[in-house]
Ligand binder design. Structure first.
Ligand code: PLP
Length: 364
């Protein structure tokens, strides 16, 4: 089988094999990583190694802290405004809504300050309007965007220019899949469960000068100052998830780093988009060309708009042929092909062959 899940998603086979080997006996200690105290020297080594590897893979500058937290991307929808909304006197933040996840983040932020929508909320999430149409507030505490909208398939191909307003970015579904200049960001967060590990760990990369502005009501586990001051060990961190994440970082390094992940992502998504574009309308991707995601490709099937019967048939046939979890998110329907780091080019080629076959069997 090949797992095309949107998340939690496929992990590299080599990572799973390594974890399986060590499952009951970590480095001849006689215990599993799950059984190690988070204050033990063995676990501290695992934590430091994961951080160092990530710093190397992403070339994270020294004036950034790396935090391993819990609460998922949704936790960060709250933690970000709780920590950063008061950075400037107006207690306001700019949010650009390009899909379901940034919409949720903006809705949550409204509890903690004034949210300025950079663009009117669109009815459908299929494009990123030109930068010249955005209304940015120069006094905003931060500018927020979602780099890749997992449900809708809208991905930024560039880092927005904000004239000095710190940029906060949700990279839950595309971190470590493309080269980025980290120094352009104030804060990046990402749940692990798509490209970098199992569900349970949430990564936060934050520029040091943005730490220390949390509201009084900010829960202590979400306070970046407390977490940074304690090297993510203020309370019990998701130890096993951090261990697994470290193994994924090792794997990325071994197979060629972020550069290789990006090259693969371009190849894999290119194969699927090529099929869509040459299908004469049998497969349809509703997105503008300049924001098509390399990670999540939403597709409707049917020559004259979406065809429920064909989509159901595709879902059933793909599953019975071993192509798993291709059903689209319930809010957009159709199918969705997720091509995270662990999905190989060969696996994507197999899927494309299957999709070609399905098209020729159901053309009429
Ligand atoms: N942001 C993005 C881009 C996501 O894809 C998701 C979940 O899929 C979230 C945030 C929410 O993450 P979580 O379910 O870990 O809270």
């Amino acid at each position: 089988v090949i797992n095309f899940s949107a998340g939690p998603a496929k992990l590299p086979a080599a990572v799973l094999a390594h974890a399986q080997k060590e499952m009951l006996d970590h480095k001849d200690s006689g215990v599993s990583v799950m059984e190690l105290s988070h204050r033990s020297s063995e676990f501290i080594k695992i934590l430091h190694a994961a951080e160092e590897k990530l710093r190397h893979l992403l070339t994270i500058p020294d004036n950034y802290k790396v935090l391993f937290l819990q609460g998922g991307g949704t936790g960060q929808f709250s933690a970000v405004p709780l920590n950063l909304m008061q950075l400037k006197p107006g207690h306001s933040a700019d949010y650009i809504i390009t899909g379901s996840w940034s919409a949720k983040a903006a809705q949550e932020a409204e509890k903690y300050g004034t949210v300025n929508l950079v663009l009117p909320k669109p009815k459908k999430y299929t494009s990123i309007p030109d930068r010249s149409t955005w209304t940015l507030n120069p006094d905003a505490s931060y500018f927020y965007y979602c780099a890749n909208e997992t449900i809708d398939g809208v991905e930024f191909q560039y880092i927005p220019e904000t004239n000095g307003v710190p940029i906060v970015c949700d990279m839950s579904s595309n971190i470590l899949t493309r080269h980025l200049d980290i120094s352009k960001f104030g804060l990046i967060f990402a749940g692990a469960q798509k490209n970098i590990g199992p569900a349970g760990v949430t990564l936060v990369i934050i520029r040091e000068d943005l730490i220390g502005f949390a509201m009084k009501v900010c829960p202590v586990i979400f306070d970046y100052k407390v977490q940074a001051g304690n090297n993510s060990l203020y309370n019990t961190p998701p130890t096993y998830g951090i261990y697994m994440m470290g193994l994924v970082f090792d794997w990325i390094e071994e197979v060629g780093g972020v550069h290789k992940m990006e090259e693969n992502a371009i190849k894999k998504s290119g194969l699927v988009y090529e099929l869509i574009d040459n299908s004469e309308g049998f497969y349809n991707c509703p997105l503008d060309l300049d924001c098509r995601s390399r990670m999540n490709i939403p597709i409707r099937i049917g020559f004259h708009g979406a065809h429920d019967v064909l989509e159901k048939k595709f879902s059933d046939e793909s599953t019975s042929n071993g192509y798993l979890q291709l059903k689209g998110h319930r809010s957009v329907g159709g199918i969705r092909v997720s091509l995270y780091n662990a999905v190989t080019v060969e696996e994507t080629e197999h899927l494309v062959e299957f999709m070609k076959g399905f098209m020729s069997r159901n053309r009429q």
